[in-house]
Design a binder for this molecule. Structure first.
Ligand code: PLP
Length: 428
């Protein structure tokens, strides 16, 4: 039986070749993870093996094509187990979250009428806003916005309940914010949305790298995520309830298959990307087997692989909460720093370890540049969450600096960031 302390960061880091790269003898500190994580060896190996040994198109009667089908099916199965979906037939692969969401919005246009309403939130990445604004333009349906509380950057369920009506046909909501890290109460949102007959589309791109997901438990209708944010290659994934995917009209060529998921996978897919996704999921499964035994009782009625992946994500979540607490407490010691988002250490369950802040007297790009000069990689700006920056009134001052930890980051790396920040901005 493993314990929480047995989360072995050295063993985990050894599975990420890029973590050992130095520039001019200086280590790289990757805290740009919300923009895309580093890739693990199991994923790299799967990509390379696929391209060397199995590279072919689907549907042939020869060895590489038959092997391709086997690998793609296993990737789809692993992805459905990662999300605890009913079946691999509910998993659609695509180029990235944004393209998949535009495609689903285009398909949903056939079901939306001018008298309908679509709810979007100001806490979302634009990938879960613009497709719905376009759907509204095309159908005449009205957009209704949910604001967030600027004090802690959380959505208000009270506002949501006031906004939703029986005209609402779709609620688009993020699972976790790519900017301020807030985790939204999507299970409650889904249940309220379903009570008026609305569909729920969840953007889990920033939640998937940080905690276990159970689509059956949440009961939303669609969920999207991107494996390049959880240690794999550039890929997008849609989960959808089978009966909805079955009914929803695709935009496809005539000879392509008519059933989900293939009817939504237009053209030749990135087979190496799907193989790499399988490798990323095997990494998470390995974490579960190595360090996640103690979480097993939280997950019932799952296949072995699904259970290991969920335990792996639970181990990651617990480790990352320590990183969040350390980072927030460290930033709070610098009086020039203003964190936007949840800072209460008792509420770490309500956030992922993505922390955005401004520094009095400094443009966010200046801070990101100082960090870059020290080989510490952080993002600055709006990172496509433009509604958040607008609502916080930061659009004319360069947005925020974002420090986004992942499961391979260390307390020591955060201390190096905090030391550089203190040295650069604190007036002695
Ligand atoms: C919350 C969120 N949603 C959507 C996206 C867009 O994802 P993709 O690059 O896969 O289109 C991102 C990318 O950063 C994101 O953080």
């Amino acid at each position: 039986m493993t314990t929480a302390d047995s989360y072995n960061i050295t063993e985990i880091r050894a599975r990420f070749p890029s973590l050992t790269i130095k520039d001019n003898d200086t280590n790289r500190i990757y805290l740009d993870n919300p923009g895309g994580t580093q890739i693990c060896t199991t994923s790299l190996d799967k990509i390379q093996n696929y391209l060397i040994r199995n590279n072919a198109n689907r549907g042939g009667s020869f060895r590489t094509s038959i092997d391709t089908e086997t690998i793609l099916l296993d990737a789809r199965r692993a992805m459905s187990e990662f999300l605890n979906a009913d079946s691999e037939r509910e998993i659609v692969f695509g180029q990235n979250m944004t393209s998949i969401t535009f495609a689903i919005a285009r398909s949903l246009a056939k079901w939306i009428q001018p008298e309908h309403e679509i709810i979007v939130t100001r806490l979302d990445h634009d990938g879960n806003i613009s497709p719905w604004l376009q759907l509204s333009n095309e159908t005449g349906a009205k957009i209704r916005w949910i604001d967030f509380d600027p004090r802690d950057c959380t959505l208000s369920l009270k506002d949501f309940k006031k906004t939703i009506t029986d005209k609402t046909k779709l609620v688009a909501v993020g699972y976790a914010s790519n900017s301020v890290g807030t985790i939204n109460p999507i299970k409650e949102i889904t249940s309220i949305a379903h009570s008026v007959g609305a569909l729920v589309f969840v953007d889990a791109v920033q939640y998937a790298p940080h905690a276990p997901i159970d689509v059956k438990d949440i009961d939303a209708d669609f969920m999207v995520c991107s494996p390049y944010k959880f240690f794999g290659p550039h890929q997008g994934v849609l989960w959808g309830k089978y009966e909805l995917l079955d009914k929803l009209p695709p935009h496809k060529v005539r000879p392509a298959e008519n059933n989900p998921p293939h009817k939504f996978e237009t053209g030749t897919q990135s087979h190496e990307g799907q193989a790499g996704t399988l490798g990323a999921l095997e990494h998470i499964e390995w974490i579960g087997k190595q360090f996640g035994g103690q979480y097993a009782s939280q997950f019932s009625k799952m296949s072995d692989r699904s259970l290991h992946m969920h335990c792996g994500m639970a181990a990651i979540q617990e480790y990352e909460q320590k990183l969040s607490a350390h980072l927030i407490e460290g930033l709070q010691k610098i009086s020039e720093v203003n964190i936007h988002g949840i800072t209460d250490i008792q509420r770490l369950d309500e956030r992922v370890p993505t922390v955005s802040f401004t520094v009095q007297g400094y443009h966010p790009r200046q801070i990101a540049q100082i960090m870059g000069d020290n080989n510490i990689f952080v993002w600055d700006g709006h990172y496509y969450a433009i509604e958040i920056i607008n609502q916080l009134g930061l659009e004319k001052t360069g947005g925020m600096i974002r420090v986004g930890a992942a499961h391979y980051n260390t307390i020591d790396e955060l201390d190096q960031l905090l030391a550089v920040l203190t040295k650069s901005v604190v007036k002695h």
